[in-house]
Design a binder for this molecule. Structure first.
Ligand code: PFF
Length: 472
């Protein structure tokens, strides 16, 4: 007996959940330091171009694929895959013309890549998310008041993450919070919590921005962030911006196919896609502004790298008026952002087991969550006892996972989605599906052109550059 698929309770519920997926550690932890170490404003401009030219078209493609098929990422491909003459010569592979419906390009493998990517991302994402939980407690218990400078804050952080037990405990707690939401399903779990958490996130962000902008010396931070100096732009900058665009929009692993699969036919997909991109970009920009105004006001370096948020900011909070309060708020913000993203990662995997393997939601959530907790253990220990243990490419477990998935799997997943929608399922079919909830789709031709040509080409360039070893 087929179980009826659950749907979002409202369009706004879907938009908030998809924005919750997009807005995450990528926006608040990663974006500021990547921008900071890639030249500031010039990077920001290129990043926005990538978001609009590549991110927006692919988001729309993922959502429409999900809604059309009402399936998880593997099922979505599987239910639409058909022989496509444009790729491999069909007749050479399947000379028996009696079976023209036999798929010869295994698109479902692209879906499998998405599920695997979700597993891997969540296992290290949850470790960093655990740190945010720990830092809410550190901020609230007044730890930051010990930090006279960034070095002290950095040493404290280094010691915390290198311990074997506490970071694992927080990783476990964070996973439990994610499981608790996903186990409740779409409307009572994911939608309900995003409707509470996302407005809270926007409110905290605005408070932090106001604090940042009103600090003496904030102008320098604003200038660093908004006045581009294109002379510092290199090929590496462009590539870093493209990679960041993928990660931040949750693209390339089917999270938005999965969320899209809970949409009913009446929803307006282009509007939702546009809103998600808008929110995600605004949050990254506002977080960047809030952070850089504070960093410059305290005369600290903007290019501190991955430690920017955990080393530099605690020292900043210690020096600023109201720092105790804003320190707590900041880490609550980071925690909320991480939680709503990790929920989407978990749901993408859970939906696969529920749809394809017919597991109950409870079984899928508990088993997948448990395995991810376990695979996260070496990721956490990568900052302690396993730090010197290089698995491959000169990287430890944590760095290797992040490197391989963010740099190869997500772009490859995005490339395959664009090719599938553009060339196999077809733009005509996709546009017809989009028009179900949105009679006018005036930019259909432009979108089709982007999905067929521009997106695959641009993403292929990222992958190609990486294989050539241009590092970013
Ligand atoms: N977009 C999230 C962030 O910016 O932190 C990360 C992410 C979530 C990536 C969900 C992929 C995904 F499916």
């Amino acid at each position: 007996m087929a179980i009826k698929r659950e749907h979002w309770g409202s369009q706004i519920g879907f938009i908030l959940a998809a924005s919750g997926s997009a807005v995450g550690l990528g926006n608040i932890w990663k974006f500021p330091y990547v921008a900071g170490s890639n030249g500031g404003a010039a990077f920001v401009f290129i990043y926005i171009a990538c978001i609009v030219l590549i991110g927006l078209p692919i988001i729309l493609a993922e959502m429409v694929l999900g809604r059309k098929t009402q399936r998880n990422v593997v099922g979505a491909y599987r239910s639409l895959e058909k022989p496509t003459h444009s790729f491999i010569h069909y007749h050479r592979h399947f000379p028996n013309k009696e079976h023209p419906s036999q798929p010869y390009f295994p698109w479902f493998l692209a879906g499998g890549l998405g599920v695997i990517s979700g597993f891997i991302i969540l296992s290290f994402y949850s470790v960093v998310a655990g740190w945010t939980l720990a830092y809410i407690i550190e901020a609230a218990s007044g730890t930051f008041t010990q930090f006279l400078d960034v070095d002290e804050a950095g040493a404290y952080f280094g010691e915390f993450v290198s311990k074997p037990v506490m970071p694992l405990l927080y990783h476990g707690l964070f996973m439990l919070a994610s499981l608790g939401i996903v186990i409740k399903g779409i409307q009572n779990g994911i939608e309900k919590w995003n409707k509470i958490l996302m407005p809270a996130l926007f409110t905290i962000l605005v408070l932090l921005l106001i604090r940042g902008l009103t600090l003496p010396g904030a102008q320098e931070g604003i200038a660093f962030f908004l006045k581009p100096d294109f002379s510092v732009v290199t090929w590496k900058t462009v590539l870093a911006a493209l990679g960041q665009a993928f990660f931040t929009l949750s693209l390339g692993m089917g999270a938005l196919i999965t969320y899209g699969s809970y949409l009913s036919k009446k929803e307006n997909i282009p509007h939702a896609a546009f809103m998600v991109v808008l929110f995600d970009t605004l949050v990254a920009l506002v977080a960047g502004l809030a952070i850089f105004t504070a960093v410059f006001a305290m005369k600290l370096s903007p290019s501190a790298g991955p430690g920017l948020v955990f080393h530099t900011l605690p020292a900043v909070f210690n020096q600023m008026a109201g720092g105790y309060f804003f320190g707590i708020l900041f880490f609550v913000l980071l925690f909320i952002a991480a939680l709503t993203s990790s929920v989407s990662l978990l749901e993408t995997i859970v939906a696969y087991f529920v749809d394809e393997k017919k597991w109950t939601r409870g079984k899928a959530v508990l088993l997948v969550g448990g395995i991810i907790f376990l695979t996260g253990i070496p990721a956490s220990l990568s900052f302690g006892s396993l730090a010197g243990f290089k698995i491959a490419l000169g990287k430890n477990y944590f760095d290797l996972l992040d490197h391989v998935v963010s740099n190869y799997f997500l772009p490859l997943g995005g490339l395959l989605i664009a090719l599938f929608v553009g060339w196999s399922w077809g733009i005509k079919n996709a546009v017809a599906e989009i028009k179900n909830g949105n009679k006018n789709f005036p930019t259909a031709n432009i979108w089709g052109f982007m999905i067929r040509y521009i997106c695959p080409l641009a993403v292929a360039v990222i992958l190609f550059a990486k294989f050539l070893g241009i590092d970013f």
